[in-house]
Design a protein. Structure first.
Length: 162
């Protein structure tokens, strides 16, 4: 099918507008900030993202933030899916921070053997609760994904969890 030359620019403009709408859906301000721009939101208050404070460049936490960003870009999270993504993002960072910091707190030299065991038990229970929260958030996010997004998540989500 051939199109008259006068309608070609209109066709090109319509195609570009359609592509731009997909890009805007990915980066619009209505989707919240967590994970939208390399994990940094416009709201930089410590109450908005307390677990990002330890995300120094090159750190494990920063690597997790980067992996989450890449995952979000691959999944093409829609505005409707953003709340589930934000929950998953926050719980993944909480888990990553606990996993990184958990062993440091148990290295208290002046404690009895029973106190050391009790402290390790407490840390393990905390990590278990965080992993349960993360699993719940992942289930809720996965349920909102399209079949194509689910296939992408199946491939790229597991390595994101530290």
């Amino acid at each position: 099918m051939t199109t008259p030359r006068s309608t070609r620019p209109l066709f090109v403009a319509a195609t570009l507008a359609l592509c731009a709408s997909q890009v805007l859906a990915q980066f619009s301000s209505g989707m919240g900030g967590m994970g939208g721009r390399r994990g940094r939101s416009a709201d930089t208050s410590s109450s908005a993202r307390p677990s990002d404070a330890s995300a120094a460049p090159g750190s494990r936490a920063q690597q997790t933030v980067d992996k989450l960003y890449d995952l979000r870009m691959r999944l093409l999270i829609t505005p409707e899916q953003a709340p589930a993504w934000e929950s998953f993002y926050a719980r993944t960072l909480a888990w990553a921070n606990e996993a990184a910091n958990g062993r440091r707190t148990s290295a208290v030299a002046e404690q009895s053997a029973l106190q050391a065991v009790q402290l390790r038990l407490s840390e393990t229970q905390n990590r278990y609760a965080l992993m349960e929260d993360l699993a719940d958030a992942a289930k809720k996010l996965y349920a909102q994904l399209t079949p194509e997004q689910q296939r992408t998540a199946d491939q790229y989500l597991p390595p994101v969890i530290p």
